[in-house]
Ligand binder design. Sequence first.
Ligand code: NAD
Length: 495
Amino acid sequence: MSASRVAKADGSDALELRMHIAGEWVDAADGATFETVSPATGEVLAVLPRAGREDARVAVEAAGHARGRVAATSAFERAELCHAVADILNARAGDLGRELSLEQGKPYREAVDELAFAAELFRDAGENVKRLDTGIIPSIDPGKRILTIRQPHGVVAVITPWNYPIGIPSEYLSAALAAGNCVVWKPAPTTSMIAVRLTECLLQAGVWEGALNLVFGEADVGEEIVFNPGTHAVGFTGSSAAGNLVARSAGAKPMLLELGGNGPTIILDDADLELAIEGTAFGCFSNAGQICQSSERILVGPKVHDAVLEGLVRNAESIRLGHPLEETTTMGPLNNEGVAAKTEEHIGDAVERGAAVVTGGGRAEGLPTSLYHLPTVIDGVTADSLFNREETFGPVAPLIAVRNADEAIEVANACNLGLCGSVYTSSLRHAFYCSERLECGVVNVNETPAYWDGRTPFGGYSGKASGVGRLGGMATIHSLTQLKSIVLDIEHVRG
Ligand code: NAD
């Protein structure tokens, strides 16, 4: 059983949830627990087992036992499982959307969109694995034939953050299972309740016993599953700092690291302003700015600066900050105190360097928790500010004035993060000029950096701190499989 109810000190009760290891819902070996608390209300949503290293080792062992059986299933059987997961996610979108909103903080409509996105990832992985072909390579020796096949890695360690707690795990779980791997998954502590729900959906769809193991806990648990010789590859999404530690723990294991971004959004003087303002505002304020692909800094040309500023202020002031389950709400609270404090720090730093807060600028008052942050527009931000040097991850639109495309590229590339960027221009020449020079893994033209269809190859630019490898459609399947060459001497085959 994944859940029961437990009495709290104040007389009310909370959900008591369990981890899923070796096909069973279990508590931590030492009985330790932790709580997830809604950023929207401050209420305890669930009490969950806090795993230790020993629990993680048991989960890795369980996945190891299931590995052979899962790898032996056909691509078509695995595709069927993926479609069944998608159907269940779609059918449960209403209930799961509410729990996702309450635990993560995003408005209900965004939560339901995330569930639909996750369902599509499962469908896509199922279809891709059926079309996973490989090459036959000409041999220098006329008596030999060389063919290549793709095989699963074995057990994949999956570690995920809290900003898209259904969508991001689904990127890995869909492709890993579709490709015949087993998984040990550790979600972010603050969104562990919704991880139980996603696991339930996979179990309901018929995932093989031991193929999906869910463990809760902190960095030590993540470190154990990454380091443990019983895991054979790593899929990690999170901050650049943690990603570097994960890379050290993983050693030479195959790795997908999807890390932080600082999305430069360039608006040139020849841009379609309505489009640019709408896309940039979406990139700044959607999910309260907690997206690795957010518009984190807006590099704006001299002729359009005032109109962009005015448009962004209008957009920010039209946002309805409130309880994520209220129908009128368009922005909910931030997920946790760490991200709220970082947002405040970056605003303070910019103001100290001479920038001006035009709207917003701090936490909202009179709401149930202190995690509600006002949508903020800040002008006159300088290239040496924290906004330009680090990821903020809050609902802020910081404007940095630039003279032209060359200066925009120079300021954008000065940051050591390089995930997604965007350029607004009506000139094809400018579009290519900027896209080819921006040190980002993805550049969207006349579209927010936050746009991603789940199929486009996605990841960090080499040499920056935004990660290694590519997610997205067939790229994820390739990352979560290994290529084997089979060399056949046909002169010595009988028959
Ligand atoms: P985080 O790095 O603090 O935590 C991510 C996960 O890693 C959590 O489950 C955490 O418990 C675990 N962890 C932390 N230290 C670890 C260690 N040493 N070994 C193993 N596991 C460890 O990140 P977060 O605050 O949860 O998420 C926000 C960050 O994620 C932002 O920087 C954001 O840009 C990034 N992110 C990147 C992408 C992408 O696709 N590139 C997508 C979403 C979020």
